[in-house]
Design a protein around this ligand. Sequence first.
Ligand code: COA
Length: 227
Amino acid sequence: MRPRDGLLRTCHAPTTVETAPQLRLSSFFLDTRILGRDPSTRAETALPWRSYTRPRMSPGTSPAAHHALFPGTFDPVTLGHLDIVRRALLIFGRVTIAVASHPSKRELLPLPERIELLREVTSDLRGVSVAHVPGLTVDACLALGADVIVRGLRNSIDFEYEAQMARSNRALAGQVDTLFLASEPEHVHISSTLVRQVAEMGGPIELFVPAAVARALRARAAPRTSP
Ligand code: COA
């Protein structure tokens, strides 16, 4: 979760190469063909266990040939998120929206509904797909063949947190890089937490989310109008 108090949180990245494959590969049914090398031989290199394949972002390759992953919890997806998706699609040929669960965030929309809504509001965008990501973002990248992670930045607090996450993800998988897109000024005040709060108070959430999402939120959030 992005910090609201300016403090960075520590990513829960594995610290030993020994435990990494068992922890996460099963979620995506990755095998050695996807990873490019038998993980049992990883000890032969001094590199982190995911860094042994050649970076796919090689010089001269058109960005349109690349596949970007846009991860987040999307509870709910906001106009700010959709702006990032659209702009990422102008750069990359494929964009997969990776929907994660965040144990420390209070959930309003259940995961299947978040995925369904994302599919609905991006149905007009060719090249965009939506996937559930049960584990690490970099594992999803490796499993889906994505070589870039895209994240939106609203302010300097976002930047500090995102830079730490991007570096951690590169330590986990050196072939996956992160691209930041600066949020448009009209979206910098939007956050999913704020939208959930406004929904629960019966406020005009159409200012922040697409109409379909606003309807779903209204159906879920019992407005706290009684004293
Ligand atoms: N415009 C407006 N708001 C935006 C925005 C934009 N362009 N981009 C992000 N936001 C808001 C979101 O609404 C959200 O608000 P909230 O905190 O009130 O809910 C907030 O910024 C960021 O949330 P989200 O995009 O869901 O990111 P997150 O900080 O909760 O992290 C993951 C989610 C999925 C990226 C992260 O937890 C992750 O990578 N998880 C997988 C596990 C993993 O790989 N861990 C190792 C990481 S090093």
